[in-house]
Design a protein around this ligand. Structure first.
Ligand code: ZN
Ligand code: FE
Ligand code: FE
Ligand code: ZN
Length: 280
């Protein structure tokens, strides 16, 4: 039976491994709505990676509460039952100092397919939040980048995550140091990622902000490729219509950086797959 939500997968596009839901209070729609969008676009798989609950009321306005995790799980199972596209159960989990004690047992207790690791906070400053943008004026750009990459290195060292989210997030509002500095901060972290056999994502959402380019930049992506670091693709959709958007360009970016494969995940195991053929 063919319904409007069942389309043949063209395999022209990679899976979307970064999406959100209304449970995080700053996104709209349920997983099933994102699934429908993924099927419409002919994506081979979609990962649900809503913001992970955190203890002690850590930034509750941007994430689901611990008690809501079961609702999230049920929403994802509902999407999975539709059987129209491969569904992965994941989270985007923040790294901040002191999180490991909580995060390690929590992640181990859940039947997750994929865990994205992200740094959104420098101390309690959510530096990628538009409402907190003014703090950039009181902070040296390089200082932000140094602190960010220090935390990102610590994130990798925990070994708790599969994929690094939006690798060069501090560029979001256009504040970036010279390339030489970025190289200095990024390379040690890329070396750690390679050592841990983690992946990074090509995250489309940077296109829609002042940075006006995907995360990471083409230079960083090339440095990652040179180190054999695998990649995934993520829209970071906070509304269903953003699922899989600009993925043709993302695949092109990957190819230009020298990639011919992307990573897929299931039960937190990584496999490698050829990139989809170019559309044009
Ligand atoms: Zn979000
Ligand atoms: Fe994020
Ligand atoms: Fe996200
Ligand atoms: Zn897959």
């Amino acid at each position: 039976m063919v319904t409007s939500h069942m389309k043949t997968t063209t395999n022209d596009l990679p899976p979307d491994y970064h999406t959100h839901s209304s449970l995080c209070h700053h996104a709209t729609g349920k997983p099933i709505d994102y699934l429908h969008a993924a099927v419409e676009k002919g994506l081979p798989a979609i990962a649900f990676t809503d913001h992970c609950p955190a203890p002690d009321g850590f930034n509750p306005e941007h994430r689901m509460q611990m008690e809501e995790f079961e609702i999230y799980r049920e929403w994802v199972l509902q999407a999975e039952r539709e059987n129209s596209c491969e569904v992965l159960f994941g989270v985007e989990a923040d790294y901040y100092r002191g999180c490991v004690e909580y995060l390690e047992p929590f992640l181990a207790s859940q039947p997750l397919d994929i865990v994205l690791g992200s740094v959104h906070y420098l101390d309690y400053w959510k530096f990628d939040n538009f409402d907190e943008m003014r703090a950039w004026e009181d902070t040296h750009t390089e200082e932000v980048w140094v602190q960010y990459f220090t935390l990102l290195g610590e994130l990798v060292d925990t070994g708790l995550y599969d994929v690094i989210g939006h690798f060069d997030l501090p560029k979001k509002y256009g504040k970036r140091p010279p390339l030489e500095r970025i190289r200095e901060y990024a390379l040690p972290v890329l070396d750690k990622i390679a050592h841990q056999d983690m992946a990074i994502e090509i995250n489309i959402s940077g296109l829609y902000h002042v940075a006006h380019e995907m995360y990471p930049s083409p230079n960083i992506l090339r440095w990652a490729q040179e180190r054999g670091i695998s990649i995934t693709f993520g829209s970071d959709a906070h509304t269903p219509e953003h699922v899989g958007s600009d993925f043709e360009d993302a695949v092109r970016l990957a190819r230009e950086a020298g990639y011919s494969e992307s990573a897929h995940f299931k039960h937190r195991q990584k496999t490698h797959h050829p990139l989809p053929r170019m559309l044009r």
